[in-house]
Design a binder for this molecule. Structure first.
Ligand code: PRP
Length: 206
């Protein structure tokens, strides 16, 4: 049996739907329960459901052999993982957004950037030589400019509704993000049959 860590939240439903198309099914009762570790119907896979940022941690430490998580989380993480597949699920963009489309030129002094993605934001502005103060938040980042906490945000955009409803527009695009299959380096060698079976099951349904 191999263990697969799934990012809870926005990616979970599409990850489970993709796995079901690959013939890896979890019972509805198990999915609807509050258990955080469950086994698929064939008994070949154990799933653990964890916060997105914790997926690389569980996989790097070998507690999970594989994981399904967004590229946004992987860009932010420093975990050393193998990335065999782009699953194409939960497609979204990581963007810089602000209330004022001219924000980059209008802000005086250091730009205050609110985000859940401190590393991505720091790298993006750093590469452009723009000095920023990063304000680390854990969610509802779109509130920060309206309340005067920040001049801009770096966040995910999927439909664009959250930005629009909070009076923000995209001023720059940093990267695209989709769900990825990640694999622990040792598991890739030591459990190559099981990991290979999972990759072969997923490839045709991506
Ligand atoms: C994400 C992201 C945006 C929103 C974008 O938040 O941080 O807030 O979804 O989606 P949209 O473009 O379709 O409106 P999430 O729901 O993951 O929760 P969070 O506020 O805790 O970050």
């Amino acid at each position: 049996m191999i263990t697969i860590a799934i990012a809870k939240g926005r990616m979970q439903e599409s990850a489970l739907a993709l796995l079901a198309r690959a013939g890896i099914r979890l019972s509805d009762d198990e999915i609807n329960s509050r258990r955080l570790a469950i086994t698929d119907e064939s008994g070949q896979y154990r799933f653990i459901f964890v916060k997105p940022a914790d997926v690389p941690v569980y996989v790097e430490h070998g507690i999970a052999d594989c994981g399904i998580v967004g590229r946004d989380v992987l860009l932010e993480s420093e975990a050393d993982l193998l990335l065999p597949l782009d699953l194409g699920i939960s497609r979204c963009r990581i963007v810089v957004a602000a209330a004022d489309p001219q924000a980059m030129t209008n802000v005086q002094g250091m730009i205050r950037v609110a985000t859940k993605y401190a590393q991505i934001a720091r790298a993006h502005f750093g590469a452009r030589g723009i000095p920023v103060e990063i304000i680390q938040l854990s969610g509802s980042v779109e509130l920060a400019p309206a309340l005067g906490l920040a001049d801009m945000i770096v966040d995910l955009v999927e439909t664009g509704v959250t930005l629009r409803e909070n009076g923000l527009t995209v001023v720059d695009e940093i990267a695209e993000s989709t769900g990825r299959l990640v694999v622990n380096r040792a598991s890739y060698q030591l459990k190559s049959d099981e990991v290979g079976r999972l990759v072969s099951a997923l490839e045709p349904v991506i």
